[in-house]
Ligand binder design. Structure first.
Ligand code: SAH
Ligand code: SF4
Length: 367
């Protein structure tokens, strides 16, 4: 009986030093490592690494696969401005990322875990079982793959947001290694300011992140400004209540000089009332902060509703009247289930990743 050979290790899992060592052992000059490192950041296949000798390319191909994930589904939405990708990792788990093209920037929303242990009741990712932490290469490969697609369009990946699946600070070491690689000038060279780490509020990790010497953008998923409500909407609040969370965010702002962004998913009748505006105003008054309102993106079986546009406008005005700086997130990728957290949920429900999706992407293309 034939036994499947285990897959080759992904080349993207090696550090630059490990890559240098690998080259030296095989008699290649160590500068080859930097060439390969650069190619990886562009998502190149071995045959595309054309400045490497053929022998080296075939040695690499015999020892490694170029990256750790495989695309299994894609949805184009918003007239081609949004691309949602579903990837399979080792062990059959899937994660998603979303490319969002704007006139002057291109942003990628990436995943850090398979599922999420925090289990917020309004979030599609939180509804499924928690799978596992992503490895650093599984995080950066999402960005490298996006960079490859964008280069073919003459675009550069300019921003990365950790707002896909998972709680990035619950997978701290891997996320940090991935971030350091994303900012590497030999790699994609993305400015740390253009990398946003979004967290449900793991207070000790926010404090640790503040000391990493990286001026990242921190987004705190607040959603409620009183503990009683936040305990329900973001269950980690029972461990790290609001007072501690805001103090940690303040410390981050102070250490890094970066304004903290507070995310607020608008749930009709739950956290969009005058009382909520009053509490939020009181909590953030005088802080180096910014509020980003996200109209709830409906999730099957979640007991929440999206507020009407006039309610969104009213809540925005209430916050501004209290001196807060507020933006409303655009609802990118909602058609074709392409908003964050939705593609995987949908394909898992369908039970068919390969068949159902190309059709939907065609529909999105012709819209
Ligand atoms: N776990 C991290 C990052 C991933 S979630 C966090 O919670 O911050 C990224 C953002 O999407 C969070 O602000 C989250 O609250 C929001 N979100 C989750 N489900 C949503 C939904 N159904 N509609 C709108 N925003 C949602
Ligand atoms: Fe996890 Fe963030 Fe979803 Fe909450 S909102 S369940 S923390 S991914």
């Amino acid at each position: 009986m034939a036994i499947d050979a285990p897959p080759l290790p992904p080349l993207s899992a090696l550090s630059l030093d490990e890559l240098r060592g690998w080259m030296t052992v095989r008699g290649h000059p160590s500068y080859r490592a930097r060439q390969v490192w650069r190619h990886l950041a562009r998502g190149a296949a071995f045959e595309e690494m054309s400045d490497l000798p053929l022998e080296l390319r075939s040695q690499l191909a015999a020892s490694f696969r170029p990256r750790s994930l495989v695309e299994v589904a894609r949805v184009e939405a918003d007239g081609g401005a949004t691309t949602k990708l579903l990837y399979r990792l080792d062990g059959e788990a899937t994660v998603e990322s979303v490319i969002m093209r704007y006139p002057r920037r291109t942003s990628l929303c990436i995943s850090s875990q398979v599922g999420c242990p925090i289990r917020c009741p309004f979030c599609a990712t939180g509804q499924g079982p928690f799978g596992r932490n992503l490895r650093p290469e599984e995080i950066v490969d999402q960005a490298f793959d996006a960079a490859r697609r964008l280069a073919a369009e003459g675009r550069r990946l300019s921003h990365v947001v950790f707002m896909g699946m998972g709680e990035p600070l619950a997978n701290y070491e891997a996320v940090l290694r991935a971030v350091r690689r994303l900012v590497d000038p030999l790699g994609p060279g993305i400015s740390p300011r253009r990398i946003t780490v979004s967290t449900s509020g793991l207070v000790p990790r926010i404090r640790r992140l503040a000391g990493e010497g990286l001026p990242l953008t921190l987004a705190v998923s607040l959603h409620a400004a009183r503990d009683e409500l936040r305990d329900v909407l973001v269950p980690i609040n029972r461990r790290y209540p609001l007072r501690e969370l805001v103090a940690a965010a303040d410390a981050f702002a102070e250490r890094t000089g970066r304004r903290v962004s507070y995310e607020w998913v608008l749930l009709a009748g739950v956290n969009d009332t005058e009382r909520d505006a009053e509490e939020l105003g009181r909590l953030l008054r005088g802080r180096l902060a910014h509020v980003n309102l996200i109209p709830f993106n409906p999730v099957p079986d979640a007991p929440f509703r999206e507020p009407a546009p006039r309610e969104v406008r009213r809540f925005t005005a209430r916050l501004r009247a209290r001196g807060l700086e507020v933006t409303v997130r655009d609802t990118r990728g909602r058609e074709g289930e392409a908003a964050c957290g939705q593609l995987r949920a949908r394909t898992l429900v369908d039970g068919d990743e390969a068949r159902g999706l190309p059709m939907r992407s065609e529909v999105a293309h012709t819209r």
